[in-house]
Design a protein around this ligand. Sequence first.
Ligand SMILES: Cc1ncc(COP(=O)(O)O)c(C=O)c1O
Length: 395
Amino acid sequence: MSISDNVSRRMVEGSWIRRMFEEGAILKQRIGEENVFDLSIGNPVMEPPPEFDRELKKLVENPMPGMHRYMENAGYAETRAAVATQLSLETGIDFNINDIVMTCGAAGALNVVLKTLTNPGDEVIVFAPYFMEYGNYIDNHGGIVTVLPTDEHFIPELDVLEATVSAKTKAVIINSPNNPSGVVYSKELVHQIGELIGKKESQFGTQIFLISDEAYRKIIYDGLEYPQVFHHHPRSIVTNSYSKDLGLPGERIGYIAAHPDCRQVDGLMSGFIFCNRILGYVNAPALIQRVVRSLQQVTVSVAEYQKKRDFLYSHLVEMGYSLIKPQGAFYMFPKSPMEDDVAFIRELQQWNILTTPGRGFGFPGHIRVSYCVADSVLEGCLEGFKKVAQKFKLC
Ligand SMILES: Cc1ncc(COP(=O)(O)O)c(C=O)c1O
């Protein structure tokens, strides 16, 4: 075989999300799109807000000389300044442009951060259930992924973390609001994780980074306040994205924000800028950097997503499914009534409902249901969910 064994193996293990997406495309072709209830992928249904179109139109109608040329690998100073100002406002910590690197989405941000930090064999801790691409991203840069279990509410267990962090630990990745569980970590928990990492740094004489993947930070419900990670560990790095909260996943735009104390970490920010370049991203897309600059306080309608959550959650609970009410993002993670979560998603598939098995998130025995879809899809899937609930006598 001419392709690498590692890539070959990872392709076979594959992404369940993509696999279901592709199976869905075939099914839609066969029986018509309106007859398939595709809850398998987090591709936001909502169009970007009107402010996005307005800014884009302004740019296109008033082109500036050189606006499509190469730029600094960190991104436009004006855009980084806008991100820094917004973060200062939200955190009360003084960020400036030197703390920000614009990236090709959160995925680009995570790869840049991991490339910059990881020596071969360094360990990076993640908590299951987790966005499975983390495993691929960590492997991309020679790191070893260490997956830790969570409790019955999908919350990290501090004693397990304490027992796992070692002299080889380079980073801990957290993701809140979480894909796939929808759980939002409390301020106390983030504080305890930060404190524990600090203690371990002193014990081993190492630096351990807390990477907070905040792709869903602004999609948060019930008036919950988002706990900022920056207050809880000086070596905290946020990877963020406009994919979900502005509905722009195809445009590939996000950023890295490092705690201002990281200015003391030798070469860290220059490392990010260098890796943005040598990973082949070079810089985040020019046009969209200019557009998001003035959209720092704009989001798609979170109330609309909350309505979708309330609708699906209340129906699934009434049917007897066991699930934790999501507090953010746009996924829920019900327990599979069968031990084999793949067998269970096949049961739902018989009713043309597409979901993703929990094992696609390192957490078998559950399924992920993505509700960033049209209301008609949510209404249409209820009958199938009900039939399956009856079959498994959930009520
Ligand atoms: C938890 C999480 N992190 C990162 C990403 C990547 O987002 P982006 O489109 O910004 O690269 C996703 C995408 O679904 C995600 O769910």
